[in-house]
Design a protein around this ligand. Structure first.
Ligand code: DQA
Length: 144
């Protein structure tokens, strides 16, 4: 089984960006934590982060041609704006779990809409970095 973990805009700034909301860990810490978890579970994992919507679409499409089994995605602010990311996930039919580090449902009104959610098998919010591990468990349990 191989999983692709995608992070959208500003998630490369973890550790610097609003630590009260997103924690003190860096993007590198996040990847290391996920990598260690996947090593334990003998799952192959790759990581991708971009601040650019089109680059994220390209990476989702590339996952299809590379035979990726499951995607964990935190689209950052594109969650609330991007129909293109929704369409990309729908296009590839790869089981995808949406993750948010913060509890988006308790935040501003403009964060209450998630376009990508309609194409995802599950959503995990408000669990910090552990939410990514939970998302991986969900993909494993669904035997993607
Ligand atoms: C986020 C929540 C989004 O609303 C925000 O724009 C982000 C991070 C989260 O992980 O909690 O960039 O996706």
């Amino acid at each position: 089984m191989n999983i692709l973990v995608i992070n959208g805009p500003n998630l490369n700034m973890l550790g610097i960006r609003e630590p009260v909301l997103y924690g003190a860990g860096t993007y590198e810490d996040l990847c290391n934590q996920i990598q260690a978890y996947c090593n334990e579970k003998k799952i192959a994992v790759e990581f991708y982060q971009s601040n650019h919507e089109g680059a994220l679409v390209d990476r989702i499409q590339a996952a299809y041609f590379a035979g990726v089994d499951g995607i964990v995605i935190n689209p950052g602010a594109y969650t609330h704006t991007s129909i293109a990311l929704l369409d990309a996930v729908k296009s590839v039919s790869i089981p995808t779990v949406e993750v948010h580090i913060s509890k988006v449902e308790e935040r501003e009104d403009f964060r209450q809409k998630s376009y990508i959610r309609a194409a995802c098998v599950a959503t995990v919010t408000g669990k910090g970095f552990a939410g990514y591990l939970e998302a991986i468990d969900i993909l494993v349990e669904k035997k993607v």
